[in-house]
Design a protein around this ligand. Structure first.
Ligand SMILES: Cc1cc2nc3c(=O)[nH]c(=O)nc-3n(C[C@H](O)[C@H](O)[C@H](O)COP(=O)(O)OP(=O)(O)OC[C@H]3O[C@@H](n4cnc5c(N)ncnc54)[C@H](O)[C@@H]3O)c2cc1C
Length: 397
Protein backbone atom coordinates (compact mmCIF):
# COMPACT_ATOMS: atom_id res chain seq x y z
CA UNK A 1 0.00 0.00 0.00
CA UNK A 2 1.27 3.45 -0.79
CA UNK A 3 0.32 7.03 -0.05
CA UNK A 4 -2.42 8.42 -2.31
CA UNK A 5 -1.52 11.73 -3.97
CA UNK A 6 -4.01 14.00 -5.81
CA UNK A 7 -1.66 16.11 -7.93
CA UNK A 8 -4.50 18.33 -9.16
CA UNK A 9 -5.14 19.58 -5.59
CA UNK A 10 -1.48 20.06 -4.57
CA UNK A 11 -0.29 23.67 -4.21
CA UNK A 12 3.37 22.67 -3.66
CA UNK A 13 3.34 24.51 -0.32
CA UNK A 14 5.99 22.10 1.03
CA UNK A 15 4.46 21.67 4.51
CA UNK A 16 4.18 17.91 4.09
CA UNK A 17 7.87 17.75 3.16
CA UNK A 18 8.80 19.52 6.39
CA UNK A 19 6.76 17.29 8.70
CA UNK A 20 7.56 13.92 7.13
CA UNK A 21 9.51 12.14 9.94
CA UNK A 22 11.14 9.77 7.47
CA UNK A 23 12.21 12.33 4.85
CA UNK A 24 10.53 10.43 2.02
CA UNK A 25 8.72 13.47 0.60
CA UNK A 26 10.47 16.06 -1.54
CA UNK A 27 9.56 18.76 -4.04
CA UNK A 28 11.04 18.75 -7.49
CA UNK A 29 10.02 22.15 -8.72
CA UNK A 30 6.26 22.23 -8.23
CA UNK A 31 5.91 18.44 -8.16
CA UNK A 32 5.71 16.38 -4.98
CA UNK A 33 7.83 13.22 -5.12
CA UNK A 34 7.06 10.31 -2.78
CA UNK A 35 10.23 8.31 -2.19
CA UNK A 36 10.82 4.82 -0.74
CA UNK A 37 10.18 4.19 2.96
CA UNK A 38 6.73 5.74 3.56
CA UNK A 39 5.03 3.82 6.39
CA UNK A 40 1.70 5.63 6.02
CA UNK A 41 2.11 7.35 9.41
CA UNK A 42 -0.24 10.12 8.26
CA UNK A 43 1.80 13.09 9.52
CA UNK A 44 1.62 14.72 6.08
CA UNK A 45 -2.17 14.40 5.96
CA UNK A 46 -2.55 16.48 9.09
CA UNK A 47 -0.79 19.51 7.60
CA UNK A 48 -2.14 19.33 4.06
CA UNK A 49 -4.79 22.07 3.89
CA UNK A 50 -6.03 21.06 0.43
CA UNK A 51 -6.37 17.34 1.19
CA UNK A 52 -4.02 16.34 -1.61
CA UNK A 53 -2.75 13.33 0.36
CA UNK A 54 -4.60 10.31 1.74
CA UNK A 55 -3.80 6.89 3.10
CA UNK A 56 -5.60 3.85 1.68
CA UNK A 57 -8.46 2.50 3.77
CA UNK A 58 -7.47 -0.57 5.71
CA UNK A 59 -10.02 -3.30 6.22
CA UNK A 60 -10.91 -3.84 9.89
CA UNK A 61 -9.68 -6.94 11.70
CA UNK A 62 -11.36 -10.19 10.82
CA UNK A 63 -13.97 -11.26 13.39
CA UNK A 64 -12.83 -13.80 15.98
CA UNK A 65 -13.55 -17.36 14.85
CA UNK A 66 -15.82 -19.60 16.90
CA UNK A 67 -14.22 -20.96 20.09
CA UNK A 68 -12.60 -24.33 19.29
CA UNK A 69 -14.00 -27.34 21.11
CA UNK A 70 -11.03 -28.93 22.82
CA UNK A 71 -10.34 -26.87 25.93
CA UNK A 72 -6.91 -26.35 27.44
CA UNK A 73 -3.85 -28.36 26.39
CA UNK A 74 -0.59 -28.72 28.25
CA UNK A 75 2.42 -30.06 26.38
CA UNK A 76 3.73 -32.90 28.55
CA UNK A 77 7.48 -32.47 28.29
CA UNK A 78 9.53 -35.59 28.94
CA UNK A 79 13.07 -36.64 28.25
CA UNK A 80 14.24 -40.24 28.34
CA UNK A 81 10.94 -41.21 29.95
CA UNK A 82 11.14 -38.67 32.79
CA UNK A 83 8.54 -35.91 32.98
CA UNK A 84 9.88 -32.37 33.32
CA UNK A 85 8.61 -30.79 36.59
CA UNK A 86 7.14 -27.88 34.58
CA UNK A 87 4.63 -30.29 33.05
CA UNK A 88 2.99 -31.01 36.41
CA UNK A 89 3.16 -27.32 37.35
CA UNK A 90 1.41 -26.32 34.12
CA UNK A 91 -1.18 -29.05 34.51
CA UNK A 92 -2.14 -27.53 37.86
CA UNK A 93 -2.46 -24.10 36.26
CA UNK A 94 -4.13 -25.52 33.13
CA UNK A 95 -6.74 -27.24 35.26
CA UNK A 96 -7.48 -23.97 37.07
CA UNK A 97 -7.96 -22.16 33.74
CA UNK A 98 -10.03 -25.03 32.33
CA UNK A 99 -12.33 -24.96 35.36
CA UNK A 100 -12.82 -21.22 34.90
CA UNK A 101 -13.75 -21.83 31.24
CA UNK A 102 -15.76 -24.97 32.08
CA UNK A 103 -13.78 -27.11 29.66
CA UNK A 104 -11.38 -30.05 30.00
CA UNK A 105 -7.63 -29.92 30.35
CA UNK A 106 -5.60 -32.38 28.30
CA UNK A 107 -1.94 -33.33 28.48
CA UNK A 108 -0.27 -34.04 25.15
CA UNK A 109 2.39 -36.71 25.53
CA UNK A 110 4.76 -37.35 22.63
CA UNK A 111 7.60 -39.90 22.57
CA UNK A 112 8.26 -43.59 22.29
CA UNK A 113 7.59 -46.00 25.12
CA UNK A 114 6.17 -43.15 27.21
CA UNK A 115 2.73 -44.63 27.93
CA UNK A 116 3.72 -45.40 31.57
CA UNK A 117 3.83 -41.62 32.19
CA UNK A 118 0.13 -41.14 31.38
CA UNK A 119 -1.21 -42.10 34.85
CA UNK A 120 1.04 -39.44 36.46
CA UNK A 121 -0.45 -36.83 34.13
CA UNK A 122 -3.98 -37.84 35.10
CA UNK A 123 -3.04 -37.74 38.79
CA UNK A 124 -1.57 -34.25 38.26
CA UNK A 125 -4.87 -32.88 36.99
CA UNK A 126 -5.31 -33.86 33.33
CA UNK A 127 -8.83 -34.89 32.33
CA UNK A 128 -7.42 -36.47 29.19
CA UNK A 129 -4.04 -37.54 27.88
CA UNK A 130 -3.43 -37.53 24.14
CA UNK A 131 -0.72 -40.13 23.72
CA UNK A 132 1.27 -40.24 20.51
CA UNK A 133 4.03 -42.82 20.41
CA UNK A 134 6.30 -43.08 17.38
CA UNK A 135 9.95 -44.05 16.79
CA UNK A 136 10.55 -40.60 15.27
CA UNK A 137 9.58 -39.01 18.59
CA UNK A 138 11.96 -41.10 20.71
CA UNK A 139 14.64 -38.42 20.97
CA UNK A 140 13.61 -34.78 20.81
CA UNK A 141 14.07 -33.08 17.46
CA UNK A 142 12.29 -29.86 16.62
CA UNK A 143 10.84 -30.83 13.26
CA UNK A 144 8.93 -34.03 14.11
CA UNK A 145 7.80 -32.64 17.49
CA UNK A 146 6.54 -29.43 15.88
CA UNK A 147 4.74 -31.24 13.09
CA UNK A 148 3.18 -33.75 15.51
CA UNK A 149 1.83 -31.09 17.88
CA UNK A 150 0.66 -28.93 14.96
CA UNK A 151 -1.23 -31.81 13.40
CA UNK A 152 -2.81 -32.82 16.68
CA UNK A 153 -3.93 -29.23 17.27
CA UNK A 154 -5.42 -29.06 13.77
CA UNK A 155 -7.22 -32.34 14.35
CA UNK A 156 -8.65 -31.76 17.84
CA UNK A 157 -8.64 -27.91 17.97
CA UNK A 158 -7.74 -26.77 21.48
CA UNK A 159 -8.66 -23.32 22.73
CA UNK A 160 -5.39 -22.83 24.64
CA UNK A 161 -1.96 -24.52 24.49
CA UNK A 162 0.52 -24.10 27.36
CA UNK A 163 4.10 -25.37 27.37
CA UNK A 164 7.22 -24.97 29.48
CA UNK A 165 9.66 -22.20 28.58
CA UNK A 166 12.43 -24.80 28.76
CA UNK A 167 15.20 -25.45 26.25
CA UNK A 168 12.90 -27.93 24.59
CA UNK A 169 9.74 -25.77 24.63
CA UNK A 170 11.63 -22.74 23.39
CA UNK A 171 13.05 -24.79 20.56
CA UNK A 172 9.84 -26.00 18.97
CA UNK A 173 6.73 -24.26 20.36
CA UNK A 174 7.29 -21.10 18.22
CA UNK A 175 7.28 -23.34 15.12
CA UNK A 176 3.92 -24.76 16.18
CA UNK A 177 2.48 -21.26 16.71
CA UNK A 178 3.75 -20.17 13.31
CA UNK A 179 2.33 -23.26 11.61
CA UNK A 180 -1.05 -22.70 13.28
CA UNK A 181 -0.87 -19.00 12.37
CA UNK A 182 -1.53 -17.85 15.89
CA UNK A 183 0.22 -15.79 18.55
CA UNK A 184 2.59 -17.02 21.25
CA UNK A 185 3.51 -15.26 24.49
CA UNK A 186 6.79 -16.55 25.89
CA UNK A 187 7.90 -16.70 29.53
CA UNK A 188 4.56 -15.85 31.15
CA UNK A 189 4.47 -15.39 34.91
CA UNK A 190 0.68 -15.35 35.39
CA UNK A 191 -2.47 -16.36 33.55
CA UNK A 192 -6.03 -15.17 34.03
CA UNK A 193 -9.24 -15.62 32.12
CA UNK A 194 -11.43 -12.79 30.86
CA UNK A 195 -14.65 -14.74 31.01
CA UNK A 196 -16.75 -12.14 29.26
CA UNK A 197 -14.54 -12.13 26.16
CA UNK A 198 -13.28 -15.67 26.73
CA UNK A 199 -9.67 -14.57 26.44
CA UNK A 200 -6.52 -15.91 28.06
CA UNK A 201 -4.74 -12.99 29.73
CA UNK A 202 -1.03 -13.74 29.47
CA UNK A 203 1.16 -11.70 31.79
CA UNK A 204 4.92 -11.44 31.38
CA UNK A 205 7.67 -8.95 32.20
CA UNK A 206 8.39 -6.40 29.49
CA UNK A 207 10.81 -3.53 28.92
CA UNK A 208 13.63 -5.17 30.87
CA UNK A 209 11.27 -6.29 33.63
CA UNK A 210 10.23 -2.76 34.51
CA UNK A 211 6.58 -3.35 33.67
CA UNK A 212 4.33 -6.38 33.61
CA UNK A 213 2.53 -6.58 30.26
CA UNK A 214 -0.72 -8.47 29.79
CA UNK A 215 -0.98 -9.87 26.29
CA UNK A 216 -4.05 -11.29 24.56
CA UNK A 217 -4.59 -13.27 21.38
CA UNK A 218 -7.97 -11.84 20.41
CA UNK A 219 -8.38 -12.98 16.80
CA UNK A 220 -6.83 -16.43 16.45
CA UNK A 221 -6.90 -19.83 18.09
CA UNK A 222 -5.31 -21.56 19.86
CA UNK A 223 -4.08 -19.00 22.37
CA UNK A 224 -0.52 -20.15 23.03
CA UNK A 225 1.85 -19.34 25.86
CA UNK A 226 4.93 -20.69 27.59
CA UNK A 227 5.84 -20.34 31.27
CA UNK A 228 9.14 -20.94 32.96
CA UNK A 229 9.65 -23.85 35.35
CA UNK A 230 8.93 -22.90 38.95
CA UNK A 231 6.40 -20.16 38.25
CA UNK A 232 3.34 -22.30 38.98
CA UNK A 233 2.80 -24.96 41.58
CA UNK A 234 1.48 -28.46 40.86
CA UNK A 235 -1.93 -29.39 42.29
CA UNK A 236 -2.27 -31.87 45.09
CA UNK A 237 -2.34 -35.30 43.35
CA UNK A 238 -5.81 -36.71 42.57
CA UNK A 239 -6.03 -39.96 44.55
CA UNK A 240 -8.38 -41.64 42.06
CA UNK A 241 -8.30 -39.77 38.74
CA UNK A 242 -11.04 -40.73 36.29
CA UNK A 243 -9.51 -39.23 33.16
CA UNK A 244 -8.91 -41.09 29.92
CA UNK A 245 -5.91 -41.85 27.77
CA UNK A 246 -6.55 -41.32 24.05
CA UNK A 247 -4.02 -43.01 21.80
CA UNK A 248 -3.49 -41.10 18.57
CA UNK A 249 -1.89 -42.30 15.37
CA UNK A 250 -0.45 -39.85 12.86
CA UNK A 251 0.47 -41.47 9.59
CA UNK A 252 2.04 -38.34 8.17
CA UNK A 253 4.99 -37.99 10.60
CA UNK A 254 8.24 -37.57 8.71
CA UNK A 255 11.87 -37.77 9.78
CA UNK A 256 13.57 -34.45 10.41
CA UNK A 257 15.13 -33.12 7.23
CA UNK A 258 17.55 -30.62 8.71
CA UNK A 259 18.67 -32.14 11.99
CA UNK A 260 19.47 -35.55 13.38
CA UNK A 261 19.94 -36.92 16.84
CA UNK A 262 23.55 -37.80 17.66
CA UNK A 263 23.81 -38.39 21.40
CA UNK A 264 22.83 -37.08 24.81
CA UNK A 265 25.49 -35.25 26.79
CA UNK A 266 24.94 -34.89 30.51
CA UNK A 267 24.81 -31.29 31.69
CA UNK A 268 27.16 -30.33 34.54
CA UNK A 269 24.75 -29.36 37.27
CA UNK A 270 24.99 -27.21 40.38
CA UNK A 271 25.51 -29.12 43.67
CA UNK A 272 21.78 -29.05 44.35
CA UNK A 273 19.83 -27.89 41.28
CA UNK A 274 18.25 -24.52 42.09
CA UNK A 275 14.97 -25.50 40.48
CA UNK A 276 14.58 -28.46 42.85
CA UNK A 277 15.91 -26.84 46.05
CA UNK A 278 13.46 -26.35 48.91
CA UNK A 279 15.77 -23.81 50.53
CA UNK A 280 17.75 -21.19 48.63
CA UNK A 281 20.24 -18.80 50.19
CA UNK A 282 20.90 -16.11 47.60
CA UNK A 283 23.47 -13.35 47.62
CA UNK A 284 23.86 -10.06 45.82
CA UNK A 285 26.30 -7.21 45.47
CA UNK A 286 26.05 -6.66 49.23
CA UNK A 287 28.31 -9.73 49.65
CA UNK A 288 31.15 -7.52 48.36
CA UNK A 289 33.40 -10.29 46.98
CA UNK A 290 33.45 -13.90 45.80
CA UNK A 291 34.98 -15.42 48.93
CA UNK A 292 32.10 -14.16 51.06
CA UNK A 293 29.78 -16.55 49.24
CA UNK A 294 31.36 -19.26 51.43
CA UNK A 295 29.22 -17.88 54.26
CA UNK A 296 26.11 -18.47 52.17
CA UNK A 297 27.30 -21.96 51.24
CA UNK A 298 27.76 -22.79 54.91
CA UNK A 299 24.23 -21.58 55.73
CA UNK A 300 22.79 -23.39 52.70
CA UNK A 301 24.56 -26.63 53.68
CA UNK A 302 23.16 -26.44 57.20
CA UNK A 303 19.66 -25.97 55.79
CA UNK A 304 20.08 -28.58 53.03
CA UNK A 305 19.69 -25.92 50.38
CA UNK A 306 21.31 -24.37 47.32
CA UNK A 307 23.06 -21.06 46.74
CA UNK A 308 21.63 -18.52 44.29
CA UNK A 309 22.80 -15.12 43.13
CA UNK A 310 21.68 -11.91 41.53
CA UNK A 311 22.88 -10.90 38.11
CA UNK A 312 25.14 -8.30 39.74
CA UNK A 313 26.95 -11.07 41.65
CA UNK A 314 27.16 -13.29 38.57
CA UNK A 315 28.39 -10.42 36.38
CA UNK A 316 31.08 -9.74 38.99
CA UNK A 317 32.23 -13.36 38.52
CA UNK A 318 31.47 -14.37 42.13
CA UNK A 319 29.26 -17.30 41.08
CA UNK A 320 28.72 -18.94 37.66
CA UNK A 321 25.62 -18.21 35.58
CA UNK A 322 23.66 -21.40 36.49
CA UNK A 323 23.20 -19.80 39.94
CA UNK A 324 21.56 -16.63 38.59
CA UNK A 325 17.98 -16.07 39.63
CA UNK A 326 15.69 -13.64 37.85
CA UNK A 327 14.44 -12.55 34.50
CA UNK A 328 17.54 -13.62 32.61
CA UNK A 329 18.37 -16.43 35.01
CA UNK A 330 16.26 -19.11 36.67
CA UNK A 331 12.78 -18.86 38.16
CA UNK A 332 12.58 -20.57 41.53
CA UNK A 333 9.91 -21.11 44.15
CA UNK A 334 11.47 -22.83 47.15
CA UNK A 335 9.81 -23.18 50.54
CA UNK A 336 12.37 -20.77 52.01
CA UNK A 337 14.30 -18.03 50.17
CA UNK A 338 16.92 -16.08 52.12
CA UNK A 339 17.97 -12.94 50.21
CA UNK A 340 21.28 -11.58 51.48
CA UNK A 341 22.56 -8.18 50.38
CA UNK A 342 20.05 -8.07 47.51
CA UNK A 343 18.27 -4.81 46.72
CA UNK A 344 15.19 -6.42 45.11
CA UNK A 345 15.27 -5.10 41.54
CA UNK A 346 12.20 -6.01 39.48
CA UNK A 347 14.32 -8.31 37.30
CA UNK A 348 15.40 -10.29 40.36
CA UNK A 349 11.96 -10.36 42.01
CA UNK A 350 10.36 -11.86 38.93
CA UNK A 351 12.49 -14.98 39.44
CA UNK A 352 11.85 -15.58 43.15
CA UNK A 353 8.75 -13.84 44.40
CA UNK A 354 6.61 -16.96 44.25
CA UNK A 355 8.78 -18.55 47.00
CA UNK A 356 6.67 -19.71 49.94
CA UNK A 357 8.56 -17.77 52.61
CA UNK A 358 11.04 -14.98 51.98
CA UNK A 359 13.59 -13.69 54.48
CA UNK A 360 15.50 -10.56 53.43
CA UNK A 361 18.70 -9.28 55.03
CA UNK A 362 19.73 -5.80 53.93
CA UNK A 363 21.25 -2.85 55.72
CA UNK A 364 19.06 -0.39 53.79
CA UNK A 365 15.56 -0.29 55.39
CA UNK A 366 14.18 1.18 52.14
CA UNK A 367 15.43 -1.69 49.95
CA UNK A 368 12.56 -2.92 47.70
CA UNK A 369 13.27 -6.55 48.65
CA UNK A 370 11.50 -5.84 51.96
CA UNK A 371 8.23 -5.30 50.05
CA UNK A 372 8.11 -8.98 49.10
CA UNK A 373 9.72 -10.34 52.28
CA UNK A 374 7.76 -12.21 54.96
CA UNK A 375 10.53 -11.41 57.44
CA UNK A 376 12.93 -8.50 56.96
CA UNK A 377 16.16 -8.14 58.92
CA UNK A 378 17.66 -4.65 58.63
CA UNK A 379 21.36 -5.05 59.28
CA UNK A 380 24.75 -6.17 58.09
CA UNK A 381 24.88 -9.59 56.36
CA UNK A 382 28.36 -10.11 57.79
CA UNK A 383 26.92 -9.95 61.31
CA UNK A 384 23.53 -11.59 60.75
CA UNK A 385 24.59 -14.66 58.72
CA UNK A 386 27.39 -15.79 61.08
CA UNK A 387 24.96 -15.31 63.99
CA UNK A 388 22.34 -17.43 62.16
CA UNK A 389 24.91 -20.15 61.43
CA UNK A 390 25.99 -20.17 65.06
CA UNK A 391 22.39 -20.44 66.30
CA UNK A 392 21.57 -23.31 63.95
CA UNK A 393 24.71 -25.20 64.98
CA UNK A 394 23.96 -24.60 68.66
CA UNK A 395 20.43 -25.85 68.19
CA UNK A 396 21.69 -29.07 66.60
CA UNK A 397 24.22 -29.98 69.26
C1 LIG B 1 17.30 -6.82 30.95
C2 LIG B 1 17.76 -7.05 32.35
C3 LIG B 1 17.73 -8.31 32.88
C4 LIG B 1 18.16 -8.54 34.18
N1 LIG B 1 18.09 -9.80 34.68
C5 LIG B 1 18.41 -10.00 35.97
C6 LIG B 1 18.30 -11.29 36.57
O1 LIG B 1 17.96 -12.29 35.93
N2 LIG B 1 18.58 -11.42 37.87
C7 LIG B 1 19.00 -10.35 38.65
O2 LIG B 1 19.24 -10.55 39.84
N3 LIG B 1 19.14 -9.14 38.10
C8 LIG B 1 18.88 -8.93 36.79
N4 LIG B 1 19.05 -7.71 36.26
C9 LIG B 1 19.77 -6.70 37.05
C10 LIG B 1 18.89 -5.98 38.07
O3 LIG B 1 18.29 -4.87 37.45
C11 LIG B 1 19.73 -5.47 39.25
O4 LIG B 1 20.77 -4.66 38.77
C12 LIG B 1 20.35 -6.59 40.10
O5 LIG B 1 19.37 -7.52 40.47
C13 LIG B 1 20.94 -5.96 41.35
O6 LIG B 1 21.62 -6.94 42.07
P1 LIG B 1 21.89 -6.78 43.60
O7 LIG B 1 20.62 -6.69 44.35
O8 LIG B 1 22.86 -7.85 43.95
O9 LIG B 1 22.73 -5.42 43.68
P2 LIG B 1 22.33 -3.99 44.19
O10 LIG B 1 21.11 -3.50 43.53
O11 LIG B 1 23.56 -3.16 44.09
O12 LIG B 1 21.97 -4.20 45.72
C14 LIG B 1 22.90 -4.53 46.70
C15 LIG B 1 22.18 -4.45 48.04
O13 LIG B 1 23.02 -4.89 49.06
C16 LIG B 1 22.79 -4.12 50.22
N5 LIG B 1 23.98 -4.21 51.03
C17 LIG B 1 25.22 -3.73 50.79
N6 LIG B 1 26.07 -4.08 51.77
C18 LIG B 1 25.35 -4.79 52.67
C19 LIG B 1 25.68 -5.44 53.89
N7 LIG B 1 26.91 -5.43 54.39
N8 LIG B 1 24.69 -6.05 54.56
C20 LIG B 1 23.43 -6.07 54.08
N9 LIG B 1 23.07 -5.50 52.90
C21 LIG B 1 24.02 -4.87 52.21
C22 LIG B 1 22.51 -2.73 49.69
O14 LIG B 1 21.75 -1.99 50.63
C23 LIG B 1 21.73 -3.02 48.41
O15 LIG B 1 20.35 -3.01 48.65
C24 LIG B 1 18.64 -7.47 34.97
C25 LIG B 1 18.66 -6.18 34.43
C26 LIG B 1 18.25 -5.98 33.14
C27 LIG B 1 18.26 -4.58 32.58
Amino acid sequence: MSLIFYSDRCTACGQCVEVCPFGVLSLEGETLVIGEGCNLCGACLEVCEVEALAVPEVAGPAPRPAVPPDGVWVFAEQRHGVLAPVTLQLLGEGRRLAEALQVKVAAVLLGEGVAPLAPTLLTAGANQVYLLEHPLLKNFLEEPYASALTELAQKFRPEIILAGATYLGRAFIPRVAAALQTGLTADCTAFHIDLEKRLLLQTRPAFGGNIMATIITPRTFPQMATARPGVFKPRAPEPAPDGEVIRVVLSSLQAAARSRFLSTVLEIKERIPLAAAEVIVAGGRGLKEAKNFRLLEELADLLGGAVGATRAAVDAGWLPYPHQIGQTGKTVSPKLYIACGISGAAQHLVGMQSSDFIVAINKDPAAPIFKVADVGLVGDVFEIIPALIQEIKKDRR
